[in-house]
Design a protein around this ligand. Structure first.
Ligand code: NOJ
Length: 733
């Protein structure tokens, strides 16, 4: 449909019909098998149901098709219903959770994964996914860090853009294999105070602009068609009621012209926030701030028409929002083909291809943190896989809603396949329960009356298996429901029962390689101390067991890098590498009295952002700059030499960091600017070159403008955010 025809359609619609395009109902309003319930909204007024412009959470193609057909037949203008869902890290085929995807440092595979997810979701009629979550995250207590790609703005920006491109197929939304992408949760939802979900955010404007906004902006630049406004307030104003964030920054400064949708009930939540008196006031404030679609509150449905009639909202403002929704429906090809998708999903790629991609993504996401005596890759002849994750299909997060457990490859299955037809024998033993008794996970409390007996029995059996083995792979971790929405934790340890299992097993067989399955950084110092090797496996998804065995056996070198700092202790949170320089930095040596420090723990992470080992033995030289001066329009090159002196293949993400030595505002001690992965065969030596330009040196200056400032800069090329010596150059004025 042309823009003119869309305008003509709009002109034919009544005010009520227009308002209803801005109303989203939960899937349960149309079908009670939808996996989303409508809470306080039900029962839904039949008229609203007939006219509401969109719904979410219907994860069955058959049901969605029926609903669309019935809806179209009843709609006075035959405007199709927009079907949205949370396709976060997989649909039928589940990829590693987003934090694991962040650990790949590989935007290409992340784009391919998004494209595969879009294909499967679109085949069930889904037209919009609420992904990527581009929230910068610095606090491991917040359970939703699992849904982010980490603590760094450059990494997050590249990953958000890659996901948008993957979902939207480069923007050709009429292609039935694609879905439109909704970047969320704008803005600064990841900075929740105390790491407690739904909490408010107190953040300076310069930190918001420099650190928190860039990844959303990259998603927008990549063409995302929708933005979700977040639950939190920013500096006292709920985002869903903030014209400064939704109009000035989002529309005017970032140039976003797509649809803004609220998060679930965020419009209604303006009332408990103490920002709106009642639902009518909430509808007025959210709409005036710039929220186009009200997700599942019903406040727009009940009050927007009346607010226009009262003269509080101009009808042309409603028209603007409705046109944005109609344009999206039109760009998706829904007017010509309301039954877009709804086909067998094996058209672009086969299921085997998507699973092979997922397997590769798992292998790329694994982060090897320790490997004493080169315990890995596994060489033993009697290998015991012990622990609650040794034979578990619970390898997918709560956000892979359509993902089924049945096709998940457990570690046991991966190991059985990897060691079939070899002389290596494997044994499996669960060792302990996944949780301590009476632990609250997400929305339920785990309790077992026979917990103690069960654990005694499992421990005895595990110790027998460990004494048979020459190597133990200990498979520990968080419960998948301990990360995700509403899963903040004030303790970042593994369950006690698992730490005890490690201690007991290591006493019997010290050759322990520990795998940790988790959706957030954990405090792993005692686990690391008792293990010869330690590898983070995240929540790896459908191909978990296969991808992990590919790395454990050396078929693939470990290549993941930490996308978030892993702390010594929860008391260090929020923790991130790119902190602002202080006037009293702690010296590298000594107690550091009267400098910024903790008495009882280091300032730095146990394992910092960007860190991860590979096989082989790789060294990197100090960087060399091609010139000492950089002009405003010029470019200089920084080079380092990477050499694999070991006898195994190695894969490393080489990272470029900069520091502005003196500026009108205090600057971070280091900031990632670029990264690249290199694979080196044994004995191989390679030059790594990065370009540095003036645009990389810009920041939110003391005068409230973006730009660079002449002066001295330091530059590192290193294998983590903590390693290496810097070179220097000067930006000329
Ligand atoms: C609430 C969550 O915060 C958001 O991430 C999600 O997309 C919506 N619910 C819809 O399910």
């Amino acid at each position: 449909m042309t823009e003119k025809k869309l305008a003509a359609l709009l002109a034919e619609m009544s005010l009520e019909e227009k308002v209803m395009q801005l109303v989203q109902l939960p899937g349960s309003a149309y079908d009670d098998t939808a996996n989303i319930t409508g809470n306080e909204l039900e029962p839904v007024d039949p008229r609203v149901k007939q006219l509401a412009g969109s719904t979410l959470g219907i994860l069955s193609g058959k049901t969605a098709k029926r609903i669309q057909q019935e809806y179209m037949a009843a709609h006075p203008h035959h405007i199709p219903l927009l079907l949205m869902a949370d396709v976060i890290h997989g649909y039928r085929t589940v990829f590693p959770c987003p934090l694991g995807l962040g650990a790949t440092f590989d935007p290409e595979i992340v784009e391919q994964a998004a494209s595969a997810q879009a294909e499967e979701a679109a085949a069930d009629g889904i037209q919009v996914t609420f992904s990527p979550m581009a929230d910068l995250v610095r606090d491991a207590r917040w359970g939703r860090v699992m849904e982010s790609t980490g603590e760094d703005k450059v990494l997050n920006g590249r990953m958000a853009a890659a996901m948008v491109r993957g979902y939207q197929g480069g923007g050709a939304l009429k292609d039935e294999h694609t879905v439109a992408s909704c970047v969320k949760h704008y803005a600064a939802y990841g900075a929740a105070d105390g790491g407690r979900d739904y909490n408010n955010t107190e953040l300076s404007e310069h930190t918001l602009r420099e650190d928190y906004l860039p990844a959303y902006a990259e998603g927008i630049r990549a063409g995302a068609r929708m933005i979700m406004s977040s639950f939190n307030s920013w500096n006292g104003i709920p985002v869903t009621g903030s014209a400064f964030l939704l109009k000035q920054i989002l529309r005017s400064e970032l140039g976003f012209d797509g649809v803004v949708i609220s998060d679930w009930d965020a419009v209604g939540q303006l009332i408990p926030h103490g920002f709106a008196e009642d639902r009518k006031d909430a509808a007025r404030k959210a709409f005036q701030a710039g929220v186009d679609i009200d997700m599942c509150t019903g406040a727009y449905a009940d009050h927007l028409t009346e607010l226009v009639r009262d003269g509080e909202i101009a009808e042309k403002e409603i028209d603007g929002a409705v046109m944005r929704v109609l344009r999206l429906k039109n760009d998706l090809g829904l007017f010509e083909n309301p039954l877009r998708g709804f086909t067998d999903c094996t058209r672009n790629t086969t299921l085997e291809e998507r699973r092979a991609l997922a397997r590769k993504a798992v292998a790329e996401s694994l982060v090897l943190l320790k490997n004493e005596e080169n315990l890995l890759p596994l060489r033993g002849k009697r290998i015991a896989f012990i622990g609650p994750y040794a034979d578990s299909r619970e390898l997918i997060s709560t956000w892979a809603m359509a993902g089924e457990k049945e096709p998940v490859v457990s570690l046991m299955e991966g190991a059985a396949a990897a060691f079939a037809h070899t002389k290596t024998e494997i044994r499996i033993s669960p060792g302990c329960t996944l949780l301590d008794n009476d632990t609250v996970v997400s929305f339920y409390q785990y309790h077992s009356d026979t917990w103690e007996e069960e654990n005694e029995r499992m421990l005895a059996e595990a110790l027998k298996t460990a004494s048979w083995a020459d190597t133990v792979v200990l498979c520990l971790g968080e419960h998948p429901m301990q990360s995700g929405e509403s899963t903040s934790r004030a303790d970042l340890h593994l369950p006690k029962v698992q730490e005890q299992l490690l201690e007991a097993v290591a006493a019997v067989c010290p050759q322990v390689a520990t795998l940790v399955f988790c959706g957030r950084p954990l405090a792993l110092s005692s686990v690391a101390g008792r293990s010869k090797a330690l590898m983070i496996c995240w929540l790896p998804g459908t191909e978990g067991g296969n991808g992990i065995l590919d790395v454990l056996t050396g078929k693939m070198p470990p290549m993941g890098r930490l996308p978030m700092s892993f702390p010594w202790t929860v008391g260090q949170e929020p923790l991130h590498y790119d902190c602002y320089a202080t006037g009293r930095p702690k010296p590298a040596e000594g107690l550091g009295s009267f400098t910024t420090r903790y008495l009882d723990y280091p300032n730095e992470a146990l394992y910092p952002f960007g860190f991860g080992l590979s096989y082989g033995d790789t060294v990197i030289s100090d960087p060399v700059v091609s010139a000492v001066d950089l002009s405003e329009k010029g470019e200089l090159t920084v080079t380092a030499i990477l050499e694999n002196r070991g006898d195994a293949c190695a894969a490393h993400t080489v990272q470029l960091y900069l520091r502005d030595v003196s500026a009108s505002r205090v600057r971070p001690v280091r900031e990632l600017k670029d990264f690249r992965r290199l694979t080196l065969q044994p004995g191989e030596k390679r030059d790594v070159r990065f370009a540095v330009t003036e645009s990389m040196l810009r920041f939110w200056r003391a005068d409230g403008t973006f730009g660079s400032e002449p002066g001295k800069f330091q530059v590192w090329i290193s294998l983590s955010s903590r390693q290496g010596n810097p070179a220097e150059f000067v930006l000329k004025g």
